[in-house]
Design a protein around this ligand. Sequence first.
Ligand code: HEM
Length: 407
Amino acid sequence: MLRHLMALLTLTLLALPMTAPAQTDPTSEAPIAGTSVDDSPATSTGRQTLEDILARQRGEDPANPVRSHDLGGDALQAPGMGPLGASSDSDIWRQIRFNDGDIRNSTLNPNGDVLIQTGGMWWEELRKGPLRTYGGWLLLGTIAVLAVFYLIRGRIRIDGGKTGTLVLRFKFVERMAHWVLAGSFILLGFTGLFTLFGRKYLIPAFGHEFNSVLLTGSKFIHNNVSWAFMIALAMVFVMWVWHNIPDKTDIIWFKQAGGIIGNKHPPARKFNAGQKIIFWSVIVLGVSVSASGISLLFPFELPLFSHSFDVLNGWGVPGWFGFDALPVNLAPQEEMQFAQLWHAIVAFLMMAVILGHIYIGTLGMEGAYDAMGSGLVDENWAHQHHSLWLEHLQEEKPGKIRPDPAE
Ligand code: HEM
């Protein structure tokens, strides 16, 4: 009981995101709506001034303040010639861009008044380009590697076949938590991928109507099923953390490449070193994807990145990789953009890990699925893959080993 409480406490600490106070002040000092840095003049669209033209001729960049202070001015009040009065479309768009228009939104959040966010262009390009490309190839590459591995290694068989004696490997509550985790993860994975790739692949193939209905449903599922994932993640952590503390049996397991290559079967307790890697990946990536997901679920309320970047800069981390300091004065919209990218990158990594896990739990290893299906594994399987765990049961809990009633 004490162990479980300790585990719960550790999980709570792990899950505590590094929060900074919510940035909901739309009247920030930022020169351009939703942007923490000066806008690149190359993308500016303001009214030309003589200074602008001369600056360009000198090879200099036209200054933004010229544009941001030139939003139509008195001309807007002048009696009109056309439907827009003396103002023009450009004036209106410039006002919107520099957050000076009379904008009302239905989100009740003042940050929603930002309709044009020039500072978000890099994010949109990254999301449309490298994120989709590398993320997609990571998943396809993982499937290809697993297929090749299967062709070379084949299925890992139970040496000497089944004995007809069964060993209880996972109790009902363990299996339930596992399947809630797995089921929710699969739903989250598919709905997330639809959201990222729908516009590019589903619209051309099935049309706008189909994509719209699918994504509306996907968003609903994604937002709500996330809670089941987080609860199951916490349960799995509490139940299995003590079996996943690294110990010296892991060194032997690595030396023998886990018995996956070759025919040796290294000794292992309840979980071998490979499974410990899966477990810790699921916990660390799972907590991270959950934290960034909650930040996205409650827009602008839980900014994670300004503060985290500040901490990383303090440690000098960007310098280790030859980068400049990370930006710390992020506009609320930029916070959300970083959260979206991080959420997607971590999710891709986790999906790749889980593909490997699903492979070994089904096709890759004879007898493995039973552990999570019925909860009972054959004694020979237990001896082959978890010999120290089986010995422990034989000595301490012989009641968990019994003949197969079907035999
Ligand atoms: C269809 C999908 C899945 C199948 C068939 C499957 C199968 C299995 C099996 C058979 C085991 C027990 C291995 C043993 O007896 O030693 C297991 C354990 C585990 N599963 Fe899954 N699983 C699936 C999806 C997932 C997902 C999506 C997650 C996490 C998001 C997950 C996390 C874990 C963890 C942490 C363990 C314990 C460590 C390990 O055995 O690797 N599983 N799974």
